[in-house]
Design a protein around this ligand. Structure first.
Ligand code: ADP
Ligand code: MG
Length: 272
């Protein structure tokens, strides 16, 4: 309880991870990791390849269940819930290897995200589209306008009627972000949104992530390129061999001896 005269904390905790643990056979990929994340913050999650970053995001998004631990999202434990239910609560994610519906147009891909939140999963919708059942959704002017708005936001409005498979690689990463945003997340999990991008595309991608954050969306971004994460994060968590080894302001984390050792000692990507 705050005493009279004590400043009241204005930050609200949106996510709290407690002792989250995942084993794959004998391998402990995520080892009792705990951290909390305040609303509207951009938090970077870094660590060398194989550190357990994607596994952590897979548990938060419901792709895989943890063996132990809690995942409190706005105070509710969602650990082990289904991905679709977690998305409905307000968590969306993108993938390290882009997952979009290549045979749908850019617009239809985003609309798959829009309707997902209200009714079915996107896969069923994509299937309906392929067998000709997508017409009703795409004729709904409200859905259409919302999807067009999201394509504009991510800077690919000009590609809306193009099949996703025809988009240049960097733009497929943007399309995936637009589709995630269509589910109206409060928390967006981005798994290496900069991977495979050239330096100019990287600058654009960072600007886009900042813009999304300005619209009030909390962001957890996985990255293994140190300079990208230093540039964008308000806060940094470092994991190494499944364990959290640092947590704090980027400048402090960057010079933390444990972090320097993790990056310089292992198969490092810090310099890239
Ligand atoms: N589905 C899985 N089955 C078995 N091992 C896995 C699986 N997914 C990840 N791993 C292992 O767990 C560890 C962490 O992987 P991952 O979370 O993908 O790391 P990162 O994203 O930090 O590079 C690695 O050793 C990886 O080989
Ligand atoms: Mg990964």
């Amino acid at each position: 309880m705050a005493k009279a005269g004590t400043p009241v904390a204005i930050m609200t905790e949106i996510l709290k991870i407690e002792n989250l643990t995942k084993y794959f056979g004998g391998l402990c990929a995520v080892d009792s990791v705990s951290f909390s994340l305040d609303e509207k913050v951009i938090m970077g999650l870094i660590g060398p390849n194989g550190a357990g970053k994607t596994t952590l995001v897979n548990m938060i998004s419901g792709a895989i269940p943890p063996n132990h631990g809690r995942i409190l999202f706005n105070g509710t434990d969602i650990a082990g819930h289904k991905a679709h239910a977690i998305n409905n609560r307000g968590i969306a994610r993108t993938f390290q290897v882009v997952r979009i519906f290549s045979k749908l147009t850019a617009l239809e891909n985003v609309m798959a995200g829009l309707v997902d939140r209200r009714q079915k999963g996107p896969w069923r919708l994509a299937f309906a589209s392929l067998v000709g059942g997508f017409g009703k959704q795409s004729q709904n002017p409200e859905n259409r306008a919302a999807a067009e708005g999201l394509l504009e936001l991510v800077g690919i409005g000009g590609y809306r009627d193009e099949l996703a498979e025809n988009l240049p690689y960097a733009l497929t990463k943007r399309l995936e972000i637009a589709r995630a945003l269509a589910t109206r997340p409060k928390l967006l999990l981005l798994d290496e949104p900069s991977s495979g991008l050239n330096p100019a595309e990287l600058v654009d991608q960072i600007a886009l992530i900042r813009e999304i954050n300005k619209q009030g969306i909390t962001i957890l971004i996985i990255e293994h390129v140190m300079k990208v994460i230093m540039d964008i994060s308000d806060r940094l968590v470092v994991i190494h061999y499944g364990k959290k080894i640092a947590d704090g302001k980027p400048e402090a984390v960057y010079t933390d001896p444990n972090v320097v050792e993790a990056y310089l000692g292992g198969e490092s990507h810090a310099a890239r």
